[in-house]
Ligand binder design. Structure first.
Ligand code: ATP
Ligand code: MG
Length: 582
């Protein structure tokens, strides 16, 4: 600890962090006063795990249910706040017993099992920095991330270790400890089961400072090589606040966030925001399965459900009939993030669940939900909603080297006024790139959007994905949304392809609903439908049928890959690629 109570940083995290924090003063105002009331504070500073666990136990809520875990093969496990606190404490003790110290970096790569959650919270309790990775990542993406993040500890399973890590683990100079879930471990690793059993279930949470790093999240890799965004303990103010405001998380609410902690959503809103707000969270180890999901919502009486467009489109693909036998009466609030939520999906979900999915927008970099259709707000299907109170968002354009805010109705880059508590503090080892995000008092998101006269924001596309055709600027989202309104189309990815006279032309890749056979007639019909909806200038000139679209592990369509393949260009970083059949 330094004298002002801040944890000393070590390794790569320190390198990424240096110099980043003074530039953006903490925001002030009513919203943050309200946010501060939702948290407790710890020894003159703040610690995420204290807010998520310790203080609830201290206040007599240790018996409340924190996690209901549903295993892949039908197992179930309930952990109360007291149980989870004890597990996290044991994990923190294991780290300390192996000589690890606050500020060191802990990576985890495991499925959604209770140990993963205990590891996340135990790491934070110990004042160390947590980085979750998708368990399905291949060896190379894991290795690069561990190198970039200066990993000191890896928590994983024996199978992942043997298949993906053993051959190179010895070459990571920072790596001191490999913890293997379960009772046995390969040579050179430590079995976590016995280590946890031997560790005391009490651990005094480390007194971290508000700006001490807590989490490193790698971005999804949709537009290029993933960046490692550093987040600090103070972010918990915003997790608490946005969980309450944007999702309606209150003590006792039954909540299911379907995101994996390997993606920022699965940590900010799959671990921290729910626990800080003392909800009961459901964790499903299994991957998407329509009947399993519907039965889970029904049987567990889920009240708040946070998911993503890719999953919603999978539900839509199976039709409203598949949902009809289930009782969804417990659902009170549905939210979606990660990609634009097509208006069709909003209307469909209202019909099927009695509640629309509420779109909200944020990024790994923002650490929390920035723009949302909050509970009680009128939803305009296709809009991301409005900035949360305390968040100032604008649509900006660069003019003669300075930024100008655009009036309602105009399309520009979506920007935020820096200073909200969960803002990233660095891109690891990419200071110049980080600095470039901040211009003239704005944080630039890299997304294009429009604000309407009522203050609702509408997503247009990633700056990189914009299509310029015959003098028109087209966002792929509007074309994709029109395409999926066609009865045959399940999903669509739209790109611009260079063209001699038009500059670019619009080309669409689509997947079809079950039972639909691709044909030239169908292709014509889909193009005709798009032309009717969008006009000939915007409608795709060509529609190609695909079995799947390339997506990131967080479920985002990778248009840059469609484009690279179309043009025969190098594919670039594909470390986060999930589905890939043509
Ligand atoms: P990378 O930065 O590595 O290219 P990424 O931007 O996809 O990947 P994330 O931080 O996981 O990584 O995703 C944030 C992005 O996801 C946003 O910038 C935006 O483009 C998209 N996004 C998130 N929510 C929404 C939404 N509700 N509507 C439209 N787009 C969204
Ligand atoms: Mg991004």
């Amino acid at each position: 600890m330094t004298q002002d109570g801040e944890t000393t940083l070590t390794g790569a995290a320190a390198a990424g962090q240096t110099g980043a924090r003074a530039a953006h003063p903490e925001g002030s105002g009513e919203a943050w006063t309200e946010a501060r009331r939702l948290i407790d504070g710890w020894k003159g500073g703040v610690n995420i795990a204290h807010e998520a666990l310790d203080r609830h136990v201290a206040a007599g809520h240790g018996g409340d249910l924190a996690i209901r875990w549903l295993g892949k093969s039908g197992e179930r496990r309930d952990l109360s706040y007291a149980d989870l606190t004890a597990e996290a404490s044991r994990f923190a003790n294991v780290l300390m017993d192996h000589g690890l110290r606050p500020g060191e970096s802990v990576f985890a790569m495991a499925g959604r099992v209770p140990e993963l959650y205990a590891a996340a919270l135990g790491t934070l309790k110990a004042g160390m920095i947590f980085t979750p990775l998708f368990s399905a990542f291949g060896p190379e993406p894991v290795r690069t991330r561990m190198e970039i993040g200066g990993a000191n500890v890896l928590v994983t399973t024996e199978s992942i270790y043997r298949r993906k890590i053993a051959s190179w683990a010895g070459e990571i100079p920072t790596l001191k400890l490999i913890l293997i879930l379960g009772d046995a471990a390969p040579e050179g690793c430590v079995a976590l089961g016995p280590a946890m059993a031997a560790a005391p279930p009490e651990f005094e949470t480390v007194a971290t400072g508000p700006d001490d790093p807590a989490l490193i999240h790698f971005t999804s890799g949709t537009t290029g090589k993933p960046k490692g965004a550093v987040h600090v303990h103070k972010a918990v103010l915003y997790h608490a606040y946005s969980g309450r405001k944007a999702l309606g998380l209150e003590p006792g609410v039954k909540y299911w966030c379907t995101a994996d902690p390997g993606w920022v959503t699965g940590t900010s809103y799959g671990i921290i925001a729910p626990l800080v707000n003392r909800v009961t969270m459901l964790i499903d180890e299994a991957e998407f399965d329509l009947d399993r999901w519907y039965s889970t919502v029904q049987d567990e009486r889920v009240e708040v459900w946070y998911s993503a467009p890719t999953a919603i489109r999978m539900m839509m693909r199976e039709g409203a009939e598949a949902a009809a036998p289930y009782d969804f009466s417990s659902l009170q609030f549905l939210a979606s993030v990660g990609e634009p939520l097509n208006p069709e999906a909003v209307v469909w979900s209202e019909k099927v669940f009695g509640q629309p999915f509420h779109d909200n927008w944020w990024q790994t970099e923002t650490g929390g939900i920035m723009i949302a259709n909050r509970p009680g707000m009128t939803v305009k299907p296709g809009s991301m909603g409005q900035p949360l109170p305390g968040i100032e968002a604008g649509i900006v354009e660069s003019e003669d080297g300075t930024l100008r805010e655009l009036p309602p109705g105009e399309i520009g880059e979506l920007a935020l006024r820096p200073g909200w508590p969960s803002m990233m503090r660095a891109y690891l080892h990419e200071q110049a790139r980080y600095d470039k995000c901040f211009v003239d008092g704005w944080y630039l998101s890299g997304d294009l959007a429009m604000r309407d006269a009522d203050g609702y924001f509408w997503f247009v596309g990633r700056a990189d994905d914009l299509i310029k055709t015959s003098g028109h600027l087209i966002g792929p989202f509007e074309v994709e949304s029109a395409l999926i309104e066609h009865d045959a189309v399940a999903e669509a990815g739209v790109i611009g392809v260079p063209h001699e006279t038009a500059g670019e032309i619009v080309k669409a890749y689509v997947t079809l609903n079950p039972g639909v056979t691709p044909s030239d007639d169908l292709e014509r019909d889909i193009r005709g439908h798009a032309r009717k909806r969008l006009g000939p200038a915007v409608a795709p000139r060509e529609v190609v049928f695909r079995k799947t679209l390339p997506k990131t592990r967080s479920g985002k369509i990778m248009r840059r890959l469609l484009k690279a393949r179309e043009l025969g260009l190098p594919e670039g970083d594909i470390s986060t690629l999930e589905t890939d059949e043509t």
